[in-house]
Design a protein around this ligand. Structure first.
Ligand SMILES: Cc1cc2nc3c(=O)[nH]c(=O)nc-3n(C[C@H](O)[C@H](O)[C@H](O)COP(=O)(O)OP(=O)(O)OC[C@H]3O[C@@H](n4cnc5c(N)ncnc54)[C@H](O)[C@@H]3O)c2cc1C
Length: 809
């Protein structure tokens, strides 16, 4: 074993092997993989080997597509048989909602170039004669589905990596990790030590324990999972003889099961409701290529449906039952990327579908390490999407919820109940008393909308317009015509202080810094010109700043800032030590003026002012801005004052007709003002030129990414963020939810990032990226909403108050 290496990858499952392979592909060949037993000894060896392109997140779907496409290449290059079977796959719908979901999945797949087809139940029956047609109304057929031998794939990755110079040390257990002051690592194993610049935790079932070696509690948990293999079946043999093909794979959502041919019989796996975590606190190091005791009682409800949907199964014997553990993160997506706050430490774990996702995970992590950028949109997999609120018990609750909902539809407006309400602000009870319907984002509860008095505060889940529609419309009118109060604590808040902080921030941000007492909008970019974040910067002194950004990106953004920290600069993540309430609407000034001695007249307190003033007796920082695009204020206080502030504003607002509004109204109001939002319009794969953030770009100073911006400005962006007005369809009222394809001239040319019904302007609006040459004001497109192409006009400016008078009055 080498005593030093550029990278040590810990774990030789399909994911670690893929990371190793991709590192060597990108030219990093001084790399070592350390495996405590034999390659595949964790969850990989007993996997069913199924692979699918379909995923709720189109970017992960794209990486799954990449993974599946990679197998022939590594098989050929390594000479290792991967046993690749590509019979295609059927996703079977039993009701209208699932059919809608499949149509939306097919639509999303279009702009990723996926070849998927909606077929009738009769066609599905023809392709998969084992099924009982009466239980299905249609299906989605995906040609790019199949199965592989998990061990073959792992060995093929390893073989290719070895050929390129990588070393693989089996029967070598990493028992400890120690970081040197220069950020490099001593990897302590039972066969000696390796000094490495970088470490990658691909520990699979033991990723949590490997994390704990450096004091990290990764939100990852293993679940037991079972599949069974039947005896050979005459029906299978007949199909094979008649068609010359293997049966396609099947996903049966109602049965919460997957089914495929295995040899001459069938393999059937379930995601059972009565799911069971495995080793919830600590994974034993003694566990070694073992299986768990099968529990057929747990499978009984799914088997009952399986026997109805596939009657031939009821008459065949079971040859084998496999029960093995594999890992999940709270939302079911992998944890990938640089660990926030720890130098040179990377993770690639919680990969619940290693055969579908392992290639994409390895590719993006390797690019991130080698190029400093994952090269693809991996927002949904970034390890930084969880904060330290994702504790062991939270993870346990969410993973169980996720597992048991694996084949359930999660609607775009659906808020899942596990792990709620955990993280709340002081006004939570006040807002609950006003009948708030709550959502959670980055762990924190925030009001979505306010149900009418006497009605149950819950939202119907749907792809269309929900029971929130009328209440949200009223909230929007109240804000635009009177004054609304909402909570705005669900921003990430940072404070930057210390001599030199102005110079430091200026180098990181694209806009000029505001003068003391002022706020402006800005972005941070990666060296390749991609958006790292977008922020409001408020300056309270020469070297004293508040930054406000997206709450879901708090760990992602702070990883960036801490990664660039300079001597003498202090960067604090304020979390809930600063909470806020926001007033918006034409009456906002009157309400606030009635409780403060500071003059709020525009000449004294113009738009984009940020000052420390007293509101009643409460010390507050008050910024004159709102995301609704109205006259408005964001009032920031220490949490112990938030209740008093709420009561004060609520009382003061009564003569002005004040009411409460929530996040749904905010999203509607910002759409008619053409304001983009983080994680939708602004993501790390877009550039500020594509996203039309020109007002935040000032090329009169040096900032990270400036050269890339200048080059892009000179040649023109390939794609541009468009703003679309979608024609109504009274027969089928539905708005975009994100990721819908945008059509032009009979072809899919782009995708929707977000949208909403703009209640006040009475229009269905959307943002989306399209090729720049097509982004001409007035140009007509079509946006596909639940299988229907609706005409959409590209608008040049906001549908409401394009000159921005409302904000400045
Ligand atoms: C019953 C079942 C069926 C499944 N079916 C499918 C399927 O059809 N399709 C699909 O895509 N996925 C399937 N999976 C999931 C799949 O098995 C996992 O996604 C995949 O195995 C994850 O691989 P990994 O490399 O992350 O983890 P692992 O396979 O667990 O690998 C981690 C490796 O790290 C090593 N390791 C850990 N700590 C250390 C240390 N300190 N020192 C040295 N080595 C260490 C371990 O020994 C282990 O070999 C299934 C899982 C189960 C249980």
């Amino acid at each position: 074993m080498k005593s030093s290496a550029h990278v040590v990858v810990i774990g030789g499952g399909v994911v670690g092997a893929s990371v190793l392979y991709h590192l060597t592909e990108l030219g990093w060949t001084d790399v070592v993989l350390v495996e405590r037993k034999e390659l595949t000894a964790g969850s990989t060896w007993h996997a069913a080997g199924g692979m699918h392109t379909l995923n709720g997140d189109p970017n992960i779907a794209k990486l799954q597509q990449y993974t599946i496409g990679l197998y022939r290449e590594i098989e050929q290059r390594s000479g290792q048989n991967c046993s690749i079977h590509m019979p295609g796959g059927l996703m079977l719908a039993g009701d209208r909602e699932r059919m809608d979901w499949l149509r939306m999945a097919q639509a999303r797949g279009r702009y990723l170039g996926m070849d998927m087809e909606i077929i009738s139940a009769a066609e599905a029956k023809r392709m998969f004669p084992l099924l009982e047609e009466q239980y299905f109304i249609g299906a989605l057929f995906d040609r790019a589905e199949g199965h592989v031998d998990p061990t073959g794939v792992t060995l093929a990755y390893a073989g290719c990596a070895r050929q390129a110079g990588a070393e693989i040390c089996q029967h070598t257990w990493v028992s400890d990790l120690r970081q040197r002051p220069d950020g490099t690592w001593d990897v302590i194993t039972d066969s000696g030590e390796i000094h490495a610049e970088h470490i990658v935790n691909a520990g699979g079932l033991w990723a949590r324990e490997v994390g704990r070696m450096i004091g990290l509690e990764l939100p990852v948990l293993a679940m037991e999972h079972m599949y069974l293999i039947t005896q050979d079946m005459a029906e299978v043999a007949e199909y094979n003889a008649a068609t010359g093909n293997e049966l396609p794979m099947g996903l049966d959502f109602d049965g919460e099961l997957y089914i495929r041919q295995e040899g001459g019989g069938m393999l059937l796996g379930t995601y059972e409701q009565a799911c069971v975590p495995w080793s919830p606190r600590e994974t034993p190091w003694t566990f070694d290529q073992q299986l768990l005791a099968p529990d057929l009682d747990r499978l009984a409800p799914s088997l009952e449906i399986a026997f109805k949907h596939y009657p031939a199964l009821a008459d065949v014997g079971i040859k084998k039952v496999i029960n093995g553990p594999f890992t999940f993160a709270p939302d079911g997506n992998p944890l990938v990327g640089p660990v926030p706050g720890v130098r040179n430490c990377w993770v690639a774990c919680a990969v619940m579908a290693g055969l579908s996702q392992g290639g994409g995970v390895g590719l993006t992590l390797a690019r991130w390490m080698v190029d400093g950028d994952p090269g693809e949109d991996i927002w949904a997999m970034d390890v930084a999407r969880f904060g330290n609120w994702a504790s062991l018990a939270y993870t346990n609750a969410k993973v169980r919820e996720n597992y048991s909902r694996r084949f359930r539809i999660t609607f775009p407006n659906e808020e899942l109940p596990a792990g709620r309400a955990l993280h709340t602000t002081p006004v939570y009870d006040r807002l609950t008393a006003h009948n708030a319907v709550w959502g959670a984002s980055f762990g924190l509860e925030h009001p979505l909308w306010f149900q009418r008095p006497g009605e149950e505060p819950r939202e119907d889940v749907t792809f269309r317009r929900s029971n929130a529609y009328r209440a949200v419309a009223e909230e929007c009118t109240m804000v635009r015509e009177r004054v609304g109060l909402t909570e705005c604590s669900n921003f990430a808040k940072y404070r930057v202080t210390g001599a030199g902080s102005a110079g430091w921030l200026q180098r990181l941000l694209t806009n000029r810094l505001p003068r003391p007492g002022r706020i402006n909008l800005t972005a941070a970019l990666a060296p390749n010109g991609h958006i790292v974040g977008e922020f409001s910067v408020a300056r309270v002194g020469t070297d004293d700043f508040f930054l406000f950004g997206s709450h879901v990106a708090e760990a992602h953004h702070s990883r960036w800032f801490f990664g660039h920290l300079a001597d003498g600069v202090r960067f604090d993540v304020l979390g809930l030590s600063l909470v806020g309430l926001s007033l918006a609407g034409p009456g906002a000034r009157d309400v606030l003026q009635s409780v403060t001695d500071a003059s709020l007249a525009t000449e004294n307190y113009p738009f984009m002012t940020f000052r420390r003033i007293d509101v009643g007796m409460i010390p507050a920082y008050v910024g004159r801005m709102t995301y609704t695009g109205d006259l408005g204020y964001e009032i920031w206080v220490a949490p112990e004052y938030q209740r008093a502030l709420f009561d004060l504003l609520w009382q003061a607002g009564k003569p002005y007709g004040i009411g409460l509004f929530g996040f749904r109204a905010l999203m509607s109001l910002r759409m008619e003002k053409m304001f983009g939002t983080w994680a939708r319009e602004y993501r790390p794969v877009y550039t500020p030129v594509e996203a039309r953030m020109h007002r935040s770009l000032k090329l009169d100073h040096d900032f990270i990414g400036r050269a890339a911006v200048e080059a892009e400005l000179a040649r023109g962006p390939a794609r541009t963020l468009g703003y679309f007005d979608i024609a109504p369809d009274p027969a089928e009222p539905a708005d975009v939810v994100g990721d819908e394809p945008i059509w032009h001239g009979g072809a899919v040319v782009g995708w929707v990032t977000s949208g909403a019904y703009a209640h006040y302007s009475r229009r269905s609006l959307a943002f989306g990226y399209v090729p720049s040459e097509l982004a001409v004001p007035g140009a007509m497109f079509e946006v596909e909403i639940i299988g229907q192409r609706r005409p959409a006009r590209l608008l040049p400016e906001p549908v409401l108050d394009p000159a921005g008078h409302r904000m400045r009055v």
